[in-house]
Design a protein around this ligand. Structure first.
Ligand code: C2E
Ligand code: CA
Ligand code: CA
Ligand code: CA
Length: 274
């Protein structure tokens, strides 16, 4: 029994060490990535479904790793959140997106909304609102074109989140609730939040056999006078269904995957096939 205990102990420490050193390596990598400018934003257009015009753009981070190539945010955002690195990374994203928007406007492209994903951890950081303000100033971004995408998990801290959103409103920035329907926000709470847009999560569109969930969420959003964006559109039939039921804006692979700056410039000021 003594031996077994010893073995277990060794196994346990080795396992623990293995895990934490891998995480530490990744954390060091993330810090370096910031320093060495290895992050890049990709952009996915948001389409006015009835016309095919691009009216908004969502920015999505990628990590251009020197050895591993392009790494998806799903692989590093959770650790960035856990370690707090999401704050400087998120500030980088926000500034980059605002700079890009400014540049597109000065190149004469039609104005469109720029959407930026914000983690709860970042949103609840004490300096968040002042960082947004500073970045808007530094980049000369018109706040009316900036939309921050937050998730329903901010509801866990409803009072505080409400105050932050109000501060952001005062700056003139818009707020979208991302992945809508997957969280636990009660309708009554939602009504009291000064948000502009809800984004219907892709999972509801995946089950179009029975579009009743999409229709329910859509009706609710429209009744509450939110802008509604459908996410993850892959089929023409989904566009038809959405249009019939009053959803005006959508994004998804049917129109375009997230693409680099150059790719996006090829699409701007053009109609996207609907
Ligand atoms: P999200 O904000 O819900 O973004 C939508 C994700 O769905 C993106 O994945 C996008 O590429 C993908 N997508 C869009 N249309 C379709 C479609 O038609 N079909 C399918 N199958 N997928 C589609 P991505 O870029 O890998 O991002 C994953 C998640 O990582 C994002 O989910 C967001 O939560 C997070 N993320 C990405 N960029 C940032 C960022 O700059 N900051 C923060 N905090 N989180 C980010
Ligand atoms: Ca998003
Ligand atoms: Ca989403
Ligand atoms: Ca998501």
């Amino acid at each position: 029994a003594k031996d077994r205990g010893k073995n277990n102990y060794q196994f346990y420490t080795a396992g623990l060490h293995g895990l934490s050193s891998r995480k530490m390596e990744m954390e060091t990598g993330l810090r370096k990535a910031l320093e060495l400018n290895q992050f890049e934003l990709y952009y996915q257009p948001q389409i006015e479904l009835s016309t095919g015009y691009i009216i908004g753009i969502e920015s999505l981070i990628r990590w251009n790793h020197p050895e591993r190539g392009i790494i998806s945010p799903c692989e590093f955002i959770p650790l960035a959140e856990e370690t707090g690195l999401i704050v400087p990374i998120g500030n980088w994203v926000l500034k980059e997106a605002c700079k890009q928007h400014r540049s597109w406007l000065s190149q004469g492209y039609w104005p469109m909304v720029m959407s930026v994903n914000i983690s709860v951890r970042q949103f609840q950081d004490d300096d968040f609102v002042s960082s947004v303000k500073r970045i808007l100033n530094e980049t000369d971004m018109d706040p009316g074109y900036l939309e921050l995408e937050i998730t329903e998990s901010i509801m866990q801290n409803f009072e505080r989140s409400n105050l932050i959103i109000k501060d952001l409103n005062r700056l003139g920035v818009k707020i979208a609730l991302d992945d809508f329907g997957t969280g636990y926000s009660s309708l009554s709470n939602l009504k009291h939040l000064p948000i502009d847009t809800i984004k219907i999560d892709k999972s509801f569109l995946d089950d179009m056999e029975d579009g009743s969930m999409v229709k329910t969420i859509l009706d609710m959003g429209l009744n509450m006078e939110f802008h509604v964006i459908a996410e993850g559109i892959e089929q023409k039939e989904q566009v038809d269904f959405l249009l019939v039921h009053g959803c005006k804006v959508g994004q998804g692979y049917l129109f375009s995957e997230p693409i680099s700056v150059d790719g996006m410039e090829g699409m701007l000021n053009k109609k996207v096939l609907v």
